[in-house]
Design a protein around this ligand. Structure first.
Ligand SMILES: *Cc1c(COP(=O)(O)O)cnc(C)c1O
Length: 458
């Protein structure tokens, strides 16, 4: 019997992030005229030091000392062997998870919130605007802004604002200002409210509002921040996988299978990209992003050029998409309700380096409850999707009699999602599936956009 928990000391923490743009090719972002855009066109939205990271093709990027100092509040995170789960499943698989619920806001998101706040501060920015779905990103950015003395303004998707009041309180505890979206505070918000006063909102709407608020601030000292999807966000999260690699090395293990849920792709990228590099160099690993069947961006959405937001303020990005006007059904995994997917994750799917899976809402909660009763931690609803896939793979290993090593990312705890667990126990949660007719309607929005090229990185 090996150890339950594999820990690193603070000085074993990675000193650099891994940038996958050194190893894969991406279609460029396009402007409204269909031509590739240069970094300068993003300058009203992001500070230049972050834009430089967004387009960098350096393989390793130094983590600033100030960022390492704040990471130390909760990093390195433990790698835990899910021995109790292995036992109830009677699987020969060895299952390990990286526990990212250990951060103050309770998810992996501060891994990027902290460097983003740091770079904004370095650039002389005073206030950051953003959107949040379930409230995880808003609370992570509020926490990070408090560390650097920055103001933080968060547009929170209406349905989550109503379902999760404690997330708002959390943002306020760190000094953030939380506004339900769509809101009358922006032009985009007012237009949407006029058409549909009862809209549950969507991340696509909230992103439009947050960008508008940043670029129209007359002081010029406000920028916008995105918690997932973009290249620099994926890169900041690789600290997860780089730590996991060291921890597995310490006990002479190497994963056969890597699993992470995917909303915009960041926690999945964090755990998997350092291993995708090994796969590009010839290693055999199965790598699975997992998404909700109700918002099946990778498994049903095509690989296209689309906007990241409803008002089409973002450039056209090459990604799997359900259409920028897509308003997902009201399921309880706010962090997975996004119409698009990170261009890097989308590119890896299109090249067959990783293979997307989908899980229904009820199957995900069933898995989450089993983990709560075995490993003891109550998972975030997003993480539940990962867990359903982990259990499937562990069962497969048993049926095949194979000693597989499974690594997954436990992206967050569910202690602020207990209302959703309550509904599950009351039998009030249901499964949603997107009909083909809805899909077709939703996809109309990018029918006339340019199409990304099929690129091969190896
Ligand atoms: C936000 C969130 C996700 C989904 O976002 P990604 O960018 O795809 O990682 C997953 N799990 C938790 C706990 C989250 O807060």
């Amino acid at each position: 019997m090996g150890p339950k928990k594999i820990l690193l000391t603070e000085d074993q923490m990675p000193r650099q992030w891994y940038n996958i743009l050194a190893d894969i090719k991406l279609n460029p972002p396009l402007g409204p005229d269909g031509n590739p855009i240069g970094p300068e066109s993003l300058a009203p939205v992001f500070p230049m030091n972050i834009i430089e990271q967004e387009v960098s093709t350096e393989r390793w990027i130094d983590i600033p000392e100030e960022v390492l100092g704040i990471y130390k509040i909760w990093r390195p995170t433990p790698l835990v062997r899910a021995t109790a789960l292995e036992k109830v499943l009677k699987t020969p698989a060895r299952i390990y998870f990286k526990y990212e619920g250990a951060s103050p806001p309770g998810s992996h998101k501060p891994n990027t919130a902290v460097p983003q706040a740091y770079y904004n501060k370095e650039f002389g920015i005073k206030k950051i605007t953003t959107e949040t779905g379930a409230g995880q990103w808003g609370s992570a950015l509020s926490f990070a802004c408090a560390q650097f003395g920055l103001e933080c303004e968060i547009y929170m998707v209406r349905i989550s604002f109503d379902q999760k009041p404690y997330r708002k309180n959390m943002m306020e505890a760190w000094g953030g200002k939380c506004i339900p979206s769509p809101s009358p505070a922006t032009k985009v918000g007012r237009e949407i409210l006029e058409k549909d006063p009862n809209t549950p909102g969507s991340l696509g709407i909230a992103i439009s509002e947050a960008i508008e608020a940043a670029v129209t601030d007359p002081s010029g000292k406000t920028r916008y921040s995105l918690g997932s999807v973009l290249n620099h966000v994926m890169m900041h999260q690789t600290v997860i996988g780089l730590e996991a690699k060291k921890q597995l090395e310490a006990i002479n293990e190497y994963p056969d299978i890597i699993i992470g849920c995917a909303g915009g792709g960041s926690n999945f990228a964090g755990i998997s990209f350092p291993f995708v590099l090994d796969k590009i160099n010839g290693k055999q690993i199965e790598i699975y992003p997992v998404e909700p069947a109700a918002c099946p961006t990778l498994t049903k959405g095509p690989f296209v050029y689309d906007h990241g937001d409803i008002a089409r303020m973002t450039p056209l990005l090459p990604m799997h998409s359900l259409g920028h006007a897509f308003v997902p059904p009201p399921m309880h995994a706010g962090g997975l309700r996004y119409h698009g997917m990170s261009p890097t994750v989308s590119q890896l799917v299109s090249e067959g380096l990783i293979e997307a899976k989908s899980v229904t809402q009820l199957a995900s909660y069933k898995a989450g409850v089993l983990l709560a009763r075995t490993e003891g931690i109550i998972p975030a609803p997003e993480t539940n999707h990962t867990l359903a896939c982990v259990i499937d793979e562990a069962n497969k290993a048993r049926e095949e009699g194979k000693e597989k090593v499974i690594l997954f990312n436990w992206s967050g705890h569910g202690l602020l999602d207990l209302a959703a667990y309550g509904k599950y126990f009351q039998g009030e949660l249901k499964d949603f599936e997107l009909s083909d007719a809805e899909m077709e309607k939703s996809e109309q929005v990018f029918a006339n956009f340019p199409k990304p090229k099929l690129l091969k990185s190896r």
